[in-house]
Structure formats: C-alpha cells, structure tokens
Design a protein around this ligand. Structure first.
Ligand code: PLP
Length: 384
C-alpha cells in the first residue's frame, strides 16, 4: 500500500517485532549473521543489516527514489557518491558557494586521482553551461545555498545535464525532504547530511544518498570498500528521529518565516536572507520548486554599529554553536566558522561580510527567540 508522506515517515521501512509485538522497530546489534542463507550474507559494512535496510527504505521513500544507502556522515555519503561516478580524466562542475567540507574534499582529493573540477561563477543555468567541457560527466549543486540561501533552478539544471549526458547530484541537507524533493524535479542523486534535519536533535552523525537502482548499485559497489557504514545504534536512533521530521521541519519553517519578517523590519538589521521573503531575489524559483515551506535557516547582516562579540555574549536562549538543523536554535558567524578557510577576497566575492549571522531556527516559541535577539541587539548597539 502506498501512503502519503506523513504516514510513510512513521511507517515505511519499519521492522516488525514478530516475537514480542512491540510497536517500534527492534534494534539488531549483531555484526555476525548465519551464512547458511546464501541470499542474505548480512554484515554491517555491506549496508544490509535489518536496521540499515529499514532506514534506507524510509529515507528513499521520503526522497522519492528507488533505493537509498545510509552512511556514518554526510561526507561519507558525498565522497562515496562522487568517487563511484568518476574516473581519472573526468570533469565535474560544482556550484560556487558549496558546503566547506565538500569544497575541501574535492580540492584535496580530486587532483590526486586526476579528476578535474570547476566552480560555476554564478548560480544561473548559464553559469553551469559555461563550465561544461568535452569531458564533463556531472553537475553537483546545493540549494538553498549556504549562507545566503540563493536558489538554483533544479528543473533547468537537470535539463541542461540530460542534454549533455551528465549526471546530477543535489545536496538536499538544508531543504530536507519536507520542503524539496530534487528527484521529482529531474535530479539523479540526492545526498544528505542526516546529522542535520533528518536527525534533528543534534545527537547523531549520519549521511544518506537516494537515487534509482542504477546509481545506488554503482555507489554501493564502492561504498562497501570505503567502509562508511553507520553503526547499528545510530541507525536505529535515526529511524526513530525521522518519524518526527515533518512535525519538526514544519514548525521550523513557520518560525523561520516569522523571524525573517521580524528581522526585515528591525532597525538594527541591514539585510535579511530568507528564500521565503518576497524581497529575496530568488523567491519565485524557490516557490516553484520547494513545497511545504522554505526551510529553517536564515541569515542577516547587522548594522555596522553593532558589536558582534557583545551580541554573541548577550544571547540567553539562542546558542552560538556550529552545525544546524536541531530542534534548538543555534547561530554561527560564517566568517569565523563555515567559511573561515576562505581568503578575505573569496569571502567578499561570495557576499559574506564580517557581521553576517546565520541562524538555524529551532522549534521554540518564536516570541522568545525574538526577545532574545532584540535584547542582544539593544545591548550590543549601546556598548559600541
Ligand atoms: C553538514 C553538512 C554536510 C556534511 O555532513 P557531515 O554529516 O558533517 O559529514 C554536507 N552538506 C551540507 C549542506 C551540510 O550542512
């Protein structure tokens, strides 16, 4: 039976407890399984233990693919997906403002294997087209992008890729399957850092890739050699966490929209970046390809007269801490965290100023979040 998303998110892939008839999937910690059954040959690094299989199915249903694989981190999913689709001599186009870890990975690893890459200058489909070479085999993107939440038109990029016989990978971590399903828009492979919204409680490190059988079988052939499988307990915990992903992300969407509007009117703020605001330059594309909402992430630039360190020290509720996607609100200064490794010039080129703040909105009462921000602006402005 085919269920709607919110039902699938609770029930798809669940393991039946036939012996005790418990309501939730049992946790199988075994690393050793009988070898008499030639069909199974189960082993954690083969990604086929009962809990791994169950979780992979749940995520692939949510992302509208045929199959999925679960990894020990987002980077394990990303590196396995890329390497399994590349050979030396190949070329890949990456979007310019890419997640820092992915950027470091390709810069450090690709040259060793003779794989070429280039970054798009902008995020229009023509910017990707301009980078295509005779040996280009794939296009890799993230939308909404980090930290300014620019939007790439997924339908257009997937058409460009198909016309040029390239595969496409989208990192869907920021949108989550609640707000965006790239596969439905023509994208081949979707990768996730499940450490963020899928896990949602800031206590699991995991990753995932979802695609059709062709690509997942190919990735699997490499992944079992690379060995980035997720531990059984984290697998079980992630399946448990995903049951509330709609409840959490829908609340985060609402809170983010509320805060974006509050910040847009605020006297201490010069710019707000949130794709759900009509003032956002890519609002129409976002509306056209995101469903559900615009996500729980936003950035804003504080006026010059706000003392950033004073602002951070004045927060009582929102935690200045790395990572994102948890039920608690956190914030970072991209300049000194996610984008610290870029040169000053690269940073300014990407529009990342020194007083840009990126918030990951939680599920707290939005009124409390606004009070916390307003108090901190007041204190930081007075002191400077
Ligand atoms: C965090 C993150 C990753 C990397 O995931 P890990 O779980 O830290 O390996 C990749 N892409 C995006 C967009 C992320 O935010």
């Amino acid at each position: 039976m085919k269920f709607k998303n919110k039902t699938s998110c609770i029930h798809s892939g669940e393991l039946k407890d036939l012996e005790y008839k418990g309501a939730v999937s049992p946790l199988y910690m075994s690393t050793s399984y009988a070898f008499d059954d030639v069909d199974s040959n189960r082993y954690p690094r083969y990604f086929n233990t009962p809990n791994q299989t169950a979780l992979a199915q749940k995520i692939s249903v949510l992302e509208k693919g045929e199959k999925g694989l679960i990894f020990s981190s987002g980077m394990a999913a990303i590196s396995s997906s890329l390497f399994s689709n590349l050979e030396s001599g190949d070329h890949v186009v990456f979007q310019n403002d890419l997640y820092g870890g992915t950027r470091n990975f390709i810069k450090k690893q690709f040259p060793k294997y003779g794989i070429e890459f280039s970054f798009s200058l902008g995020l229009e489909v023509s910017d990707f087209e301009r980078e295509l070479r005779p040996n280009t085999v794939g296009i890799y993107i993230e939308t909404p992008s980090n930290p300014l939440f620019k939007i790439i038109d997924l339908r257009k990029v997937s058409r460009l890729a198909k016309d040029n016989k390239c595969w496409t990978i989208v990192d869907n971590t920021f949108a989550s399957p609640v707000n965006q399903n790239p596969i439905k828009l023509g994208i081949d492979m979707v990768v996730h850092s499940a450490t963020k919204y899928l896990g949602g409680h800031s206590d699991i490190s995991a990753g995932a890739v979802v695609s059709n059988n062709f690509f997942i079988d190919k990735i699997y052939d490499h992944a079992k050699n690379f060995g980035g499988n997720l531990s059984e307990f984290s697998t079980w915990l992630l399946e448990r966490s995903i049951k509330t992903v709609f409840l959490r992300v829908e609340a985060q969407n609402r809170n983010a929209m509320d805060l974006a509007k509050f910040l847009e009117k605020n006297q201490f703020i010069s710019s707000v970046y949130y794709p759900g605001l009509e003032s956002h330059p890519d609002y129409l594309i976002a509306k056209n390809q995101m469903h559900g909402g615009f996500g729980g992430m936003l950035s804003f630039e504080m006026n010059e007269n706000i003392n950033t360190s004073k602002f951070l020290k004045s927060l009582r509720l929102i935690k200045p801490s790395t990572s994102l996607g948890g039920i608690e609100s956190t914030l970072v200064i991209p300049r000194s965290t996610s984008h610290a490794l870029l040169s000053e010039e690269e940073r300014l080129n990407q529009g990342i100023s020194d007083n840009l703040i990126r918030i990951s909105i939680g599920i707290e009462d939005p009124e409390d979040l606004k009070i916390d921000l307003q108090n901190s602006f007041n204190i930081a402005a007075n002191e400077s």
